[in-house]
Design a binder for this molecule. Structure first.
Ligand SMILES: *[C@@H]1O[C@H](CO)[C@@H](O)[C@H](O)[C@H]1NC(C)=O
Ligand SMILES: *[C@@H]1O[C@H](CO)[C@@H](O)[C@H](O)[C@H]1NC(C)=O
Ligand SMILES: *[C@@H]1O[C@H](CO)[C@@H](O)[C@H](O)[C@H]1NC(C)=O
Ligand SMILES: *[C@@H]1O[C@H](CO)[C@@H](O)[C@H](O)[C@H]1NC(C)=O
Ligand SMILES: *[C@@H]1O[C@H](CO)[C@@H](O)[C@H](O)[C@H]1NC(C)=O
Ligand SMILES: *[C@@H]1O[C@H](CO)[C@@H](O)[C@H](O)[C@H]1NC(C)=O
Ligand SMILES: *[C@@H]1O[C@H](CO)[C@@H](O)[C@H](O)[C@H]1NC(C)=O
Ligand SMILES: *[C@@H]1O[C@H](CO)[C@@H](O)[C@H](O)[C@H]1NC(C)=O
Ligand SMILES: *[C@@H]1O[C@H](CO)[C@@H](O)[C@H](O)[C@H]1NC(C)=O
Ligand SMILES: *[C@@H]1O[C@H](CO)[C@@H](O)[C@H](O)[C@H]1NC(C)=O
Ligand SMILES: *[C@@H]1O[C@H](CO)[C@@H](O)[C@H](O)[C@H]1NC(C)=O
Ligand SMILES: *[C@@H]1O[C@H](CO)[C@@H](O)[C@H](O)[C@H]1NC(C)=O
Length: 363
């Protein structure tokens, strides 16, 4: 059955011949870049002639005709006559690419001795080196799917993708959608480049933090007249990108319409009232879910200018007391110490502390 099919195909191939002499090389002619270890198969179709001849590098000449059929393994290529009749000859050259064929020429033609009357087609080989991947990126596309993409490779036959040390796929493509099966946490992703000889020639790995967003919120009083709320992302490792960020500050934002903190991470509220406690809540959501951080801050009551002067000079005299005092104790101490019933608090500590914290948050 197989033989019959083969003969039919061979007959069909050979019956394509016509009276016009032609020589065709496929898949291509001219300069061809090939990869080390790759198996190259070149087909030459000659019609309207009695012979198909291969010449490798001006040296070895191999030919087939109605009498000389079969195959030839005397060079780096394995030459074979696939099909012949009195109009068409089809021959293949199969070779393992190695640096030996770099810069060499393989020619196919339709005469042996009289080259001048011959129709000639040739391939010049350039052998490329194997280059493993140099770029690897992981990103979450849903709560249970990671998109792993890589690039920078050349002459790589396949890539092994390992998750937490286990090979989950071998592909010749440059990306993979991986289903985590609901697992979250730290995920190790490694992509191994395998050359045409089947050897691992290099790998890249990354650790993806497949989890909710990691961030901090700092709230500070500036100059006793405003509250600053700053959100700082912790970029220790790759994580799913935030899809939304909401900031709610009690009595400053309407809880029904929170402030959008997705692109803006620093908020200054000047419509604050001294002595009030402000509670803040930041909710950042990504494909995994939401992370919430909250806290509260007190706006101390206003200071009398003379008192501030006094306090400032006291500070200048005793630097140590400033270093030892902390904001909460100084607030409570000074508020309990109101002169003449007016709401006077010393603002300098807040000014100094606030300035420092803002500077460190913005870095
Ligand atoms: C030879 O091949 C060429 C193109 O490949 C075709 O145009 C021509 O008709 C063929 N001649 C014969 C005798 O089949
Ligand atoms: C291939 O190499 C041969 C010999 O070096 C040269 O004559 C020919 O022009 C080259 N072909 C191409 C397409 O560069
Ligand atoms: C083929 O490659 C050679 C050397 O690499 C170059 O000189 C020549 O111009 C190329 N020919 C074509 C047709 O690209
Ligand atoms: C040529 O090599 C092939 C394997 O690549 C082998 O099967 C065949 O027998 C060889 N032929 C000759 C004539 O050496
Ligand atoms: C091909 O050969 C067959 C016999 O083997 C013959 O009958 C036929 O005329 C030949 N055709 C050509 C184009 O020479
Ligand atoms: C190509 O290499 C493979 C394995 O190294 C070998 O089995 C095969 O015979 C080689 N083919 C040729 C045409 O050299
Ligand atoms: C490897 O990934 C491809 C593309 O995502 C997929 O079609 C194939 O089924 C996967 N193979 C295995 C063994 O998981
Ligand atoms: C990979 O391992 C980490 C712990 O080492 C685990 O948290 C995570 O869920 C694992 N991921 C998968 C996809 O198995
Ligand atoms: C502090 O407040 C005073 C009075 O409102 C203002 O003049 C001064 O510029 C403010 N300083 C800062 C750093 O905002
Ligand atoms: C904050 O607002 C709530 C109602 O929205 C109100 O009951 C409360 O007194 C306010 N607190 C302050 C300190 O203004
Ligand atoms: C307070 O100020 C912020 C912006 O500075 C504004 O969005 C908010 O609506 C104000 N709140 C009130 C209660 O006026
Ligand atoms: C602020 O939070 C405290 C405790 O967390 C709570 O007792 C208080 O009622 C909250 N104030 C507002 C205005 O939400």
């Amino acid at each position: 059955m197989k033989l019959v099919t083969f003969l039919l195909v061979a007959h069909w191939l050979c019956s394509l011949a016509s009276s016009q002499a032609t020589v065709e090389l496929s898949p291509s002619t001219g300069n061809v870049s090939v990869c080390q270890g790759e198996v190259q198969k070149i087909t030459c179709t000659v019609n309207g002639s009695q012979v198909v001849a291969w010449q490798y590098n001006e040296e070895s000449l191999i030919y087939f005709d109605a009498v000389k059929t079969g195959e030839d393994n005397t060079t780096l290529f394995n030459f074979k006559l696939l099909c012949h009749n009195n109009v068409t000859l089809i021959s293949t050259a199969v070779g393992n690419v190695s640096t030996l064929i770099n810069g060499s020429t393989l020619e196919c033609r339709n005469t042996i001795p009289d080259i001048s009357s011959s129709i000639r087609q040739h391939i010049n080989f350039t052998v490329k080196n194997t280059i493993p991947i140099s770029y690897l990126h992981v990103d979450a596309v849903s709560s249970d799917t990671l998109l792993i993409i890589w690039a920078g490779a050349d002459c790589i036959q396949s890539y092994d993708v390992l998750i937490n040390g286990t090979n989950v796929n071998t592909t010749s493509g440059m990306s993979l959608l991986y289903n985590t099966g609901g697992a979250i946490g730290s995920i190790d992703v490694l992509v191994n480049s395998v050359d045409y000889y089947g050897r691992a020639v290099g790998n890249l790995s990354t650790q993806y933090q497949f989890n909710t967003h990691d961030f901090e919120v700092k709230a500070i009083v500036r100059n006793n007249t405003s509250i600053i709320i700053a959100i700082k992302d912790n970029y220790i490792n790759h994580r799913p990108v935030p899809l939304s960020c909401e900031l709610i500050v009690s009595n400053l934002t309407q809880s029904s319409s929170s402030m959008d903190c997705l692109s803006k991470r620093l908020f200054i509220f000047t419509n604050v009232t001294e002595g009030d406690v402000y509670n803040y809540t930041v909710t950042i959501t990504n494909v995994i879910g939401s992370a919430v951080k909250n806290g509260s801050i007190v706006l101390p009551v206003q200071v009398c200018p003379s008192q501030a002067q006094n306090f400032y000079s006291t500070l200048m005299m005793s630097q140590q007391s400033l270093c030892l005092s902390d904001t909460s104790t100084s607030t409570s101490t000074t508020t309990s110490n109101r002169p003449g019933g007016s709401n006077c608090v010393l603002p300098w500590i807040f000014g100094v502390v606030a300035g420092t914290v803002v500077a460190s948050l913005l870095i």
